[in-house]
Design a protein around this ligand. Structure first.
Ligand code: G3H
Ligand code: 13P
Ligand code: ZN
Length: 332
């Protein structure tokens, strides 16, 4: 059993309270490798932003949970080396699906876990979340839960709407489970194809898809029921079209990739939404730069020569999100 406190990590409690009161959101960036982690830490240190390092199930099987945990511990020391005296870094399990996975992360030094019971019947989601909260809170590890189902790309519009979080359930759910934050569904979804072209309008000049707005009315109802309670938005990548263009011009194929417009995320960040999850945008930045180097310099075979530019671009992206979308700069 290792406490995250010994590793210099923090949980989300105080961070979220300040973010809700201050009208900004904490970035939650997924990482799977050293370059993503370096870029995240450099961006957070440069901008003095609290940051959540997220480890998904996919990341755990790709890179190994133990290795990722030691990398996060190293990241705290790296942040200090970069001149960030008191780094505010959370190590968070993203989309934990069983009690055992959450427990193993708590035991290993994670400071926050998500138990995602959103696909379970309501009572089972409550029971599983409660069990994780009871365990995690003994070690002062904070717990994110989820109510409502994020839309999949294959869903029809009507089906998506029916998956929105039901505001009438949130008081019962949070009081029965004791969770510290709640991920909700208001129209975001994971990946680079968040909407089908027929759900969008198309800019006549550029041909770029303009997605439908998020369900801010549902968010407002939830905030009314749970004043000041930390709300989380998953699936919040914006799918920058400049990266899609670079990818497509350099041998890639991402037709009609579309994300959440940044102005909508800015609006959400000013509300009780205090954690915004971004993964796909970093993947796009990385892929765009790697494809470009491969295309421009076919003779290049030193991984540092293509991973380096990819890392620089991800750092630029993270700093942009921190300063221009979440407003978390200067808060740590
Ligand atoms: O929730 C989805 C995240 O983007 C993580 O995705 O499971 O492919 O690592 P992943
Ligand atoms: P994106 O796919 O929109 O980046 O969402 C990431 C996420 O929600 C991780 O949990
Ligand atoms: Zn997610």
């Amino acid at each position: 059993m290792v406490s995250y406190k010994e590793l210099g990590l923090v949980n989300t409690r105080e961070m979220f309270a300040k973010a809700v009161a201050g009208g900004y959101a904490i970035p939650a960036f997924n990482f799977n490798n050293m370059e993503q982690l370096q870029a995240i830490i450099k961006a957070a240190a440069n901008k003095r932003s609290p940051v959540i390092l997220q480890v998904s199930k996919g990341a755990r099987s790709y890179a190994n949970q133990t290795l990722l945990r030691y990398m996060a511990q190293g990241a705290v020391e790296y942040a200090k080396e970069l001149g960030w005296e008191n780094p505010q870094i959370v190590l968070h399990l993203d989309h934990g699906d069983t009690f055992e996975t959450c427990k193993s992360c708590v035991d290993m030094g994670f400071s926050s876990v998500m138990i995602d019971g959103s696909s379970l019947p309501y009572d089972e989601n409550v029971a599983l979340t409660r069990k994780v909260v009871e365990y995690a809170h003994q070690f002062d590890v904070t717990v994110e839960a989820e109510l409502g189902v994020l839309a999949g790309v294959e869903d029809e519009v009507a089906a998506e709407e029916s998956h929105y979080t039901r505001p009438e359930e949130v008081i019962d759910f949070t009081s029965k489970t004791g969770c510290d934050s709640l991920a909700i569904s208001i129209g975001t979804s994971h990946g680079a194809y968040k909407f089908k072209p027929e759900q969008c309008t198309r800019d006549p000049k550029t041909g770029i898809l303009i997605p439908p707005p998020l369900a801010f009315d549902v968010l407002a109802e939830i905030e009314k029921k749970l004043p000041g309670f930390p709300i989380v938005l998953h699936g919040s990548s914006s799918v920058p079209q400049e990266y899609v263009k670079i990818i497509n011009e350099n041998g890639g194929k991402l037709p009609d990739a579309v994300g959440i417009p940044e102005e909508q995320l800015r609006k959400a960040a000013k509300s009780a939404v205090c954690k915004i999850n971004i993964d796909s945008d970093s993947r796009l930045a990385m892929t765009a730069m790697i494809r470009k180097v491969f295309n421009d310099k076919p003779g290049e075979f030193d991984p540092r020569k293509y991973l380096g530019p990819a890392r620089d671009e991800m750092q630029k992206l993270y700093e942009h999100k921190i300063v221009n979308v979440l407003g978390s700069d200067g808060k740590a």
